[in-house]
Design a protein around this ligand. Structure first.
Ligand SMILES: Cc1cc2nc3c(=O)[nH]c(=O)nc-3n(C[C@H](O)[C@H](O)[C@H](O)COP(=O)(O)O)c2cc1C
Length: 182
């Protein structure tokens, strides 16, 4: 028996990311788990409108999406606990600037540098729709063909209902390998 529990945000788990943007000469960082994919060339980063980082993103039209693994999680979690309006978070992560000028967290296993193409406004939220300028990956997470190996990268996942972080699970099969099996 299934029960209709109403209109619920139920599309979980999602990957945990630290969004970076330059605030003048210093970076600022915000934990964001409401991220998504649009088509094959855009990502979406959904931010509450009052967040400190939003004006930095709107000013530069650039942001970095840093994937969080278990080692990075404590600092990443902290970036989601305090606003840049109250505390300068610029020193939280060691970083370098990527080719597109966004702050790339040195310790993040994977970082996408992005350009904001559009902002989709809903009540209280600004969702940034971005193209991807470049992707920095720890070489240990690239396979022999140069593809990203998420099995070793192990992104941390998030779910809202229990407000918990989850570990990435096991591989259960190759896509489309179930086609001819009942
Ligand atoms: C696990 C977790 C996930 C979060 N995901 C989002 C999110 O998807 N969008 C958002 O706007 N804020 C999210 N937040 C809240 C912000 O990270 C938090 O309010 C932060 O302090 C805002 O920083 P800022 O004002 O410096 O930008 C999340 C916080 C936590 C702990």
């Amino acid at each position: 028996m299934k029960k209709n529990i109403g209109s619920q945000l139920a599309l979980y788990p999602t990957p945990v990311t630290v969004i970076g943007a330059m605030n003048g000469e210093r970076p600022t960082w915000t934990l964001v788990a409401h991220v998504g994919i649009i088509g094959h060339d855009r990502v979406l980063v959904s931010l509450a409108a009052p967040h400190f980082i939003n004006h930095c993103i709107k000013e530069t039209r650039k942001l970095s999406v840093n994937i969080v693994d278990e080692e990075l999680l404590p600092l990443a979690d902290y970036s989601g606990s305090v606003s840049g309006t109250k505390e300068d978070k610029g020193g939280l992560f060691a970083y370098t600037k990527g080719d597109a000028g966004t702050p790339v967290i040195e310790r993040a296993p994977l970082t996408m540098e992005c350009t904001v193409e559009d902002v989709y406004n809903t009540k209280g939220f600004e969702s940034f729709i971005c193209t991807i300028d470049g992707t920095y990956v720890e070489e240990t997470h690239l396979d022999e063909k140069g593809k990203i190996n998420y099995g070793s990268l192990k992104p941390v996942l998030f779910e809202f209902p229990t407000y918990e972080y989850l570990r990435t699970g096991d591989v259960i099969g190759k896509c489309l390998s179930f086609k001819n099996k009942e």
